[in-house]
Design a protein around this ligand. Structure first.
Ligand code: ADP
Length: 248
């Protein structure tokens, strides 16, 4: 699902936010990214989410070589493949939960009634079928994050990226959000979560630790059976051609 090879990202002034990072995440994984503030976690997530391009290295998402995609193709890839969840929810104020989720489906070109129908399904999936008409200010923090998650998964993306999804929540709401993310992963969504909460990270099947722009440990890197054989690396690998029309 994700293959980063020797990815670096530097900023003017010589800050190396990422320093030759290689990471492979397979379909169906649930991965925690941990590390101190400033260690490069968000930079890496933004590159995986194709919101930012690396200064050097190779990025492949769901089989696409990201460097070969135009901005329009990148938008298409994001719209069909990647859901985002942020610490502070990023919901539109004075807009119902249903429309917050439905508006996330605008790119699909579906008629509004169908977008709202799917939004209703997504909200029921996150346990908010009884809150569809509520606006964000009428919802608790945990409920707002559930709406944000419903919006992220309404289009059924295979990959969900979450940057501190429980960072603004009390521990009970945070646990509820984590249960939901586990459930989504159980139904097949690949999920990468940045968290500074050691307890949450410890509850996830794989932990990747970062420091100073590098991966300093990866609990999943040793799991042998599912890893690709050495012979599959490089040129022989199937790389999908970018198809802009996928989200025409
Ligand atoms: P984390 O998510 O682990 O807190 P970040 O990825 O946000 O870390 O940041 C990694 C490093 O890159 C930090 O030193 C940060 O100051 C720097 N950095 C991040 N974004 C920018 C930017 N837009 N311009 C300059 N430096 C940046």
């Amino acid at each position: 699902m994700i293959a980063l090879t020797g990815v670096s990202r530097s900023y003017p002034g010589g800050v190396a936010a990422l320093d030759s990072v290689s990471l492979e995440v397979r379909h169906g994984e649930l991965v925690a990214i941990v590390g101190p503030s400033g260690s490069g976690k968000s930079t890496m997530l933004n590159i995986v989410g194709t919101l930012d391009r690396p200064s050097a290295g190779h990025v492949e998402i769901d089989g696409y070589d990201v460097s070969k995609l135009s901005d329009n193709q990148l938008s298409a890839l994001r719209a069909t493949t990647i859901g985002f969840v942020f610490q502070h929810f990023h919901l539109a104020a004075k807009v119902s939960a249903l429309d917050n989720v439905a508006d996330g489906l605008i790119y699909t070109g579906l008629p509004p009634a169908e977008r709202r129908r799917r939004a209703g399904t997504a909200l029921r999936r996150v346990g908010l079928g009884h809150r569809v008409d509520h606006e964000p200010h009428e919802l608790s923090g945990g409920e707002r994050q559930r709406v944000a998650i419903a919006r992220a998964v309404a289009g059924d993306p295979p990959l969900l990226l979450a940057d501190e999804p429980t960072g603004a929540l009390d521990s009970v709401s945070g646990a509820g959000v984590m249960d939901l993310l586990h459930e989504l992963n159980g139904s097949g969504t690949t999920i990468v979560i940045i968290t500074h909460d050691r307890e949450i990270a410890a509850g996830l099947p794989r932990q990747v630790s970062m420091r100073d722009g590098r991966i300093v440990s990866d609990s999943g890197s040793g799991s042998g059976a599912e890893r690709r054989g050495a012979g599959d690396e490089g040129g022989g690998r199937y790389v999908r051609e970018p198809v802009e029309s996928e989200v025409a």
